[in-house]
Design a protein around this ligand. Structure first.
Ligand code: ZN
Length: 406
């Protein structure tokens, strides 16, 4: 039944290099998964994305549920066909976005109306809370038009099956670092109950939709910064079964402070089944990629390369700079010396500087292509270093030269 699998080719401590097999092709890991929230990577054609070496795209169930609606994506033949991306696709469950409406923080979340106390009712200043969590699911209002909706584990699974991505995530409750320890404990237990419901519904829908390409389901580990809760969450998910079926892989989610990424991913890698892939949900900077991989993450999504590109920030091996600043005016050199991307092969800093100053849309396209290629190439090199046993040398050499100048 399953065209999904994972094989490990090389190990280095908790880190490993491998291959994820999906019905839409292979993902060589460790892999950076490009973020295409609304079924597109902003400003770039799928052809450009393939050309720069991106292996897979991650879209968001919450956004596609609201717009255009999962039935349209299903009728189009699934997410990949709808967006003209022939390779593997991921969807995340919508939990993060739904619960971000809760407190209005950037990296937010969680609230149970009956249990609001102290820190647990914290919400960002001036933001109206748009969602409420209960045992069964989450009520929320659409940020688009204010209409009322409800996500439950079963609804999220139904939406994600219609979206048809190769890899889906179980619907989880997110918490913030400001939530109390007591709330985090209850939340981890609830997320485990939701994981079981997701797996049950996933098995039911897989049978119901027999004939469609197999969609893998990853359980999501929560537990914030607490070692015992993270380990407990991993053990619970690893043991979860629906009939014969278990999770195909695992997502590591929730509130992660930059300095704790390695520690938290490491706890999870020690507890989760060795033969299943692990995805770290949402990291930001190049230096975090080394930490995530060394600690056992096989894939990770990262919105930063494209997000900052639209604001003229350019990644290079010597750090980040802004191409719209005066120093780049009239400079007839590529964005980065030696870069093999389409933008650097054909355009100059002077041209990009001009496009950003003139507010031309092509600026975002060309800058995004460079930053996405930079990230893909970095992770390809990390993979090669794991295979040939030079990971630490490569990391140390990269980080010595890489300094953020933004
Ligand atoms: Zn380039």
């Amino acid at each position: 039944m399953s065209d999904f699998g994972f094989s490990i080719q090389a190990r280095h401590g908790l880190g490993r290099a491998g291959v994820i097999h999906t019905p839409h092709g292979e993902i060589r890991t460790p892999a950076f998964i490009a973020v295409g929230t609304k079924a597109n990577v902003k400003a770039v054609l799928p052809e450009s994305l393939a050309q720069l070496g991106a292996q897979a795209v991650l879209a968001n169930a919450f956004h596609l549920y609201l717009q255009p609606g999962p039935a349209i994506v299903d009728a189009a033949g699934g997410l990949g066909a709808f967006m003209n991306w022939p390779g593997p696709t991921f969807t995340d469950s919508g939990g993060f976005q739904v619960m971000s409406l809760g407190a209005g923080f950037k990296k937010v979340i969680a609230m149970e109306a009956s249990e609001l106390d102290r820190d647990d009712k914290a919400s960002a200043r001036g933001r109206k809370r748009l969602s409420r969590v209960d045992e069964d699911g989450v009520d929320f209002r659409s940020p688009l038009d204010g209409s009322k909706h409800r996500f439950t584990p079963e609804v999220s699974m139904g939406v994600q099956h219609q979206l048809g991505a190769d890899i889906m995530f179980a619907f989880d409750e997110l918490t913030t670092l400001r939530n109390t320890r007591e709330y985090q404990e209850r939340s981890v237990e609830r997320t485990q109950r939701w994981a079981q419901r997701c797996l049950d519904e996933h098995v039911r829908l897989t049978e119901l939709r027999a004939g469609k390409p197999y969609q893998a389901l990853f359980g999501v580990v929560q537990g914030a910064q607490y070692e015992d809760l993270r380990r407990q969450a991993c053990q619970g998910l690893a043991a979860t079964r629906s009939g014969e079926a278990g999770f195909d892989g695992y997502g590591i989610g929730g509130a992660l402070e930059k300095h704790a990424i390695g520690e938290i991913v490491g706890w999870c890698a020690q507890e989760l089944p060795e033969d299943k892939p692990r995805h770290l949900l949402g990291i930001s900077e190049p230096e975090d990629i080394f930490t995530a991989v060394a600690s056992g993450a096989d894939t990770f999504d990262c919105v930063m390369p494209s997000r900052v590109a639209r604001n003229a920030a350019i990644y290079t091996a010597r750090g980040r700079y802004n191409v719209d600043t005066a120093g780049c005016r009239g400079v007839l050199e590529p964005l980065e010396d030696g870069c093999d991307c389409y933008t650097c092969q054909h355009y100059t800093k002077a041209y990009l500087h001009h496009l950003f100053k003139a507010r031309e849309m092509l600026a975002a396209t060309l800058a995004t292509i460079h930053n996405e290629r930079f990230t893909v190439r970095l992770v390809d090199n990390i993979r090669a270093s794991l295979v040939d046993g030079t990971f630490e040398d490569f990391r140390d050499d990269f980080l010595v030269h890489y300094q953020r100048r933004s």
